[in-house]
Every structure is written in C-alpha cells, then in structure tokens.
Design a protein around this ligand. Structure first.
Ligand SMILES: Nc1ncnc2c1ncn2[C@@H]1O[C@H](COP(=O)(O)OP(=O)(O)OP(=O)(O)O)[C@@H](O)[C@H]1O
Ligand SMILES: [Mg+2]
Length: 234
C-alpha cells in the first residue's frame, strides 16, 4: 500500500531522514519506533506532504505522491493524527469531528460514519456538545483519532498516541487502534512506547538518528536482545 524508497529529508542543513526504506502492506499495523529526535514525526509529515523529501520516493497505491500537496494526499486516503493531537479546544467535540469530514461531499455517509465513531468512542457521544478543551488527555486522543477516521482513510498515520497518558488509558488507546485496524484501516504507528507498540503491531522498524537500524516481525523484535536493552528497559 505504501512504500518509502531511499527517502532523504532535510531541515536546512539538518539531515533528519537518511535513506529510509519502509513499506506498509494493506491491512497491517506497522510501527516505527525510536527515541527523541530520531525522525519519527518527520517521516510521517513527509508521507502526509507537510515536509518535502530532497530525494527518494513515496508510493501510495502505485502512485508517486512525493510531490503532491497535503490536501491531495488526504483525498487519496491517508489521514494523519499529529503529535500532540492538535484538536480545536474552543470547538465542540462534534465540530471537531466535522472538521475531519471537511474534504467529503457525501453528507448521508458522513452521518453514518459519525455514528460509527460514537460507537467506537461512546465517551465522545456523551460529550459531543462540550468544548474539546474540557476533555481529558485520553479523550482528546480519541477525538483526534475519530476526527482522522472521518476522512475515511485507507491508511491512518498515528504520531505517538500514547504520549502523556496514564498506563491504563494507554492500554485503552492501543486496544482502539486494534479495533480500527480490524475494521479495515491500515495503520502506521509512530511510538516511543516500544513495548506497547510492539505488542500491538504486525511489523516494526527501529529508527535511530534518521536511519532505520532494524526491522522485522514485531514479536521477534520484542524478543531481540539489543531492542530489549535499548528500548524496553533491559
Ligand atoms: N522544523 C524543524 N526545523 C529544524 N529541525 C527540525 C525540525 N523538526 C525536527 N527537526 C530535527 O529533525 C530531527 C528529527 O526530528 P523529529 O521531530 O522527526 O523526531 P521524532 O522522532 O519525532 O522526535 P520526538 O520523539 O521528540 O517527537 C531532530 O534532530 C529534530 O531536531
Ligand atoms: Mg515526534
């Protein structure tokens, strides 16, 4: 579904992404794991068209989208839940969800899909008329995911959905990620929480200083000595 080939991304003189090769097959959950500043967010932003690669290619469903504007990439079926959630605090939960349907014209289906989001996240239904700023961190993450799903993505990009959440809420978010995947959405998940991400994903890539260090089946990496030492607390 998605293939990054020899991707290089710079911020001025900073070489943030170095010859990255990464693929995601339809139906998979793939995780990209790395510590602070390793290039996870940059990778997702480049896929979404928010940063431009200096070289290499990004192919989505057979199309090279590397030069496409972000608005076009959403329409092709890639939706991005950004780091830090970026919900609109002074808008209601419902209004935030409506933003996610912005590029769609099929009004009837939007209503149906909104109901589906509410069944996935009952708390969002209970709070639909409240300002998003009043939601807890976990609820805001659910809203950010719900909003992204309303663009009907085939591929969902998640940037550190567990960030800043209590362990029990993190569990809930990962279980929702599984549900979303089971309903047919392919997922590329960026995480610092290697333990949870590896338990959730089918395959994984480990990125360090902008370079892919290791890749494999998620369960194999959970068992890998160097991964254990570097990312799973020994
Ligand atoms: N807008 C920017 N301008 C200049 N350098 C940047 C910019 N954004 C990121 N970088 C640099 O690019 C590298 C990769 O950053 P990136 O945000 O992609 O890492 P990350 O893995 O998402 O980190 P974190 O876990 O902290 O979110 C870092 O060295 C970072 O300082
Ligand atoms: Mg980041």
């Amino acid at each position: 579904m998605l293939e990054l080939k020899d991707l290089n991304v710079y911020y001025g003189g900073i070489h943030a992404i170095k010859d990255v090769n990464l693929s995601v097959e339809q139906g998979e959950i793939v995780t990209l794991i790395g510590s602070n500043g390793s290039g996870k967010t940059t990778t997702l932003r480049t896929i979404s068209g928010l940063e431009k690669a200096r070289s290499g290619s990004i192919v989505f469903k057979g199309k090279d989208i590397g030069k496409f504007p972000a608005s076009e990439i959403v329409k092709l079926g890639i939706s991005h839940v950004p780091e830090g959630r970026r919900i609109f605090g002074t808008m209601s939960v419902l209004e935030n969800l409506e933003v996610g349907a912005f590029t769609r014209r099929d009004r009837e289906n939007i209503e149906k899909d909104t109901k589906k989001i509410y069944s996935l996240f009952p708390i969002l239904y209970d709070r639909r008329y409240q300002n998003a700023v009043n939601l807890s961190g976990g609820e805001q993450q659910m809203l950010a995911i719900g909003r992204a799903l309303l663009s009907r993505p085939e591929l969902l990009l998640l940037d550190e959905p567990s960030m800043g959440l209590a362990p029990i809420i993190v569990k809930e978010i990962f279980s929702i990620i599984k549900d979303v995947n089971n309903e047919g959405t392919t997922i590329l998940l960026v995480e610092q929480n290697a333990n949870m991400a590896l338990q959730c994903a089918d395959r994984a890539y480990i990125i360090k200083n902008g370079r892919i260090e290791l890749e494999g089946q998620a369960l194999d990496l959970l068992d890998n000595e160097s991964v254990k030492n570097a990312y799973l607390g020994g």
